[in-house]
Ligand binder design. Structure first.
Ligand code: IPE
Ligand code: IPE
Ligand code: MG
Length: 245
């Protein structure tokens, strides 16, 4: 088991997690998928507290994708109820740890109750400074990019922006993640090695880390292990190894 004392000072500034495997966790135990999702919220707390302890500034969690709307209606309802309950319950943890809540995704698509609860917690925690926790809800990277292109096209059409001025910064400003830096470390649980439409633009130079652990079993120490692994890598950003030293 890794503990946080084994980490050096090179803590990734922005960690994003694809929290996968709730259904398989439940199936393995002969339980309903809903139980897996519920246990998954406990793992969220582990990840959030662990991240705050080691000084990660931005933690972004993939909680519900645009594609997840295609799941059975009952499962979607369960997930939305869990979201509301967790927000109600975890506001205390956020305040105690000085964490600001943020959300990325098409929030208009969420049920009213979930959206209102979310906006309330975002507002209540807006002055917290230790860490920014972003929940990706009804989030899809392609939808985000389409929205971005539409907004930029409108600016061009209305002569507010000239096409030759479109650069990375302009694109960043129109993404849901506009207030967040690029992702440094992307973690996916459950053994799947795919991105599933998450932060395609923002992970351009992220280090990828895949673990077999199913999300409900994810503990702080698993986060620390991912960070330790990250710290053993050389991020070259296109340069040669010699240029870095
Ligand atoms: C992740 O667990 C939670 C969501 C995608 C909402 P899954 O529900 O995808 O679990 P598996 O992949 O079926 O095991
Ligand atoms: C990705 O998990 C979305 C979230 C974790 C919220 P999925 O379980 O929906 O991904 P795929 O469909 O198996 O790739
Ligand atoms: Mg899954």
């Amino acid at each position: 088991m890794i503990n946080k004392e084994q980490l050096n000072s090179n803590i990734p500034e922005h960690v994003a997690i694809i929290m996968d495997g709730n259904g398989r966790w439940a199936k393995k135990k002969g339980l309903f998928r809903a139980v897996g999702h519920e246990k998954g919220t406990k793992a969220v707390r582990e990840a959030v507290e662990g991240a705050a302890e080691v000084g990660i500034k931005y933690l972004t969690l993939y909680a519900f994708s645009t594609e997840n709307w295609n799941r059975p209606k009952l499962e979607i309802e369960t997930l939305m109820k869990l979201l509301v309950n967790s927000l109600k319950k975890e506001i205390k943890t956020l305040q105690k740890n000085n964490i600001r809540l943020n959300a990325i995704g098409n929030l208009q698509a969420l049920p009213k109750k979930a959206r209102n609860e979310l906006l309330e917690v975002i507002d209540k925690t807006k002055d917290n400074k230790h860490m920014t926790l972003s929940l990706a809800l009804s989030y899809g990277s392609r939808e985000e990019l389409i929205k971005t292109i539409q907004e930029i096209s409108n600016k061009v059409k209305n002569n507010v922006l000239s096409p030759h001025l479109i650069n990375e910064a302009v694109i960043n400003e129109h993404l849901y993640t506009k207030s967040l830096p690029d992702v440094d470390l992307l973690i996916r649980t459950s053994g799947e090695q795919r991105i599933s439409n998450f932060l395609l633009w923002q992970i351009a130079y992220a280090e990828l880390y895949f673990t077999e652990i199913l999300w409900p079993d994810f503990k702080k120490t698993d986060l620390f292990e991912a960070i330790l692994n990250y710290q053993q890598r050389e991020r070259r950003f296109g340069k040669t190894s010699e240029q870095l030293s």
